[in-house]
Design a protein around this ligand. Structure first.
Ligand SMILES: [Zn+2]
Length: 198
C-alpha cells in the first residue's frame, strides 16, 4: 500500500499520436523517419540523464504525480516491454502481446522506492538495447504486425513511433525538474543553468 499518494490509472488510448502531432510534448511521431527511431530513443535517454541529475529528481511535484525517478523506472520498463514486443513481432507472425498493466507494475515494483542513483544507468541500458533492436530491423520487416491485448494492431514501424512518443512525452512530463530551484535544505545551492537549449 502506498502512503505517498495514489497515482490515477492512465486508461487513455494514445494511438492517436501516430496520426497527428501531440499538442503537449509537440512530437509528430508520424513525421519521424523510421531509421531515426533508434537514435532518437537514445537522445531521449540522454535527456533523462540530465533530468535525473537535478536535485529534486526523487521528489513528486504533487502528491499524486510521479517523481522524475518514478517516471524513469516506468520509461525503463517501457523500453524493456517494447524490446520484447519488437522481438516477438520479428520472430512470430502476428503475435498477440501479453497485457501489461503499467499502473499495477508501478505498485508491485514499488516505483516509489526506486533508488535515484540506479535510475539513470538502468534507463540508459534499456534504451540502448531497444534502440539497437530498431537499428537492426531489416527493410521488409518494418511492416510485420503484432496485436495488443485490447485489439490495437501495430506494425514494427508504428509501434516504434508509439514507443518514441511515450518516452518523449514522459520527459516532457518531468521538464519542471531542470527548472526547479534547489531545495532549500540542500547543503550547497549551486545554481542550475537557466534555460534549456534544444
Ligand atoms: Zn506527447
Amino acid at each position: 500500500m502506498s502512503t505517498s499518494g495514489e497515482i490515477a490509472p492512465d486508461t487513455k488510448d494514445w494511438t492517436w499520436v501516430l496520426d497527428r502531432p501531440c499538442p503537449e510534448c509537440g512530437l509528430d511521431s508520424g513525421a519521424v523517419d523510421r531509421a531515426d527511431l533508434g537514435p532518437l530513443i537514445l537522445d531521449n535517454a540522454i535527456g533523462w540523464q540530465r533530468a535525473l541529475a537535478a536535485p529534486q529528481a526523487a521528489q513528486r511535484p504533487e502528491p499524486a504525480v510521479w517523481s522524475p525517478t518514478e517516471y524513469a523506472a516506468h520509461v525503463r520498463d517501457v523500453h524493456r516491454i517494447f524490446a520484447e514486443r519488437v522481438g516477438l513481432m520479428l520472430a512470430e507472425d502476428d503475435p498477440t502481446f501479453a497485457n501489461w498493466d503499467q499502473d499495477e507494475t508501478a505498485l508491485t515494483d514499488r516505483y516509489d522506492l526506486q533508488q535515484p542513483e540506479q535510475a539513470p544507468a538502468e534507463l540508459l541500458a534499456a534504451a540502448e538495447v531497444v534502440a539497437a533492436a530498431y537499428d537492426a530491423v531489416p527493410g521488409e520487416a518494418w511492416d510485420r504486425r503484432g496485436t495488443r491485448s485490447n485489439g490495437s494492431v501495430f506494425t514494427v514501424e508504428s509501434i516504434g513511433r508509439y514507443h518514441l512518443h511515450d518516452v518523449v512525452h514522459h520527459l516532457w512530463d518531468v521538464r519542471w525538474v531542470e527548472a526547479a530551484p534547489s531545495a532549500p535544505s540542500a547543503p550547497s545551492a549551486s545554481s542550475a543553468p537557466s534555460g534549456s537549449s534544444g
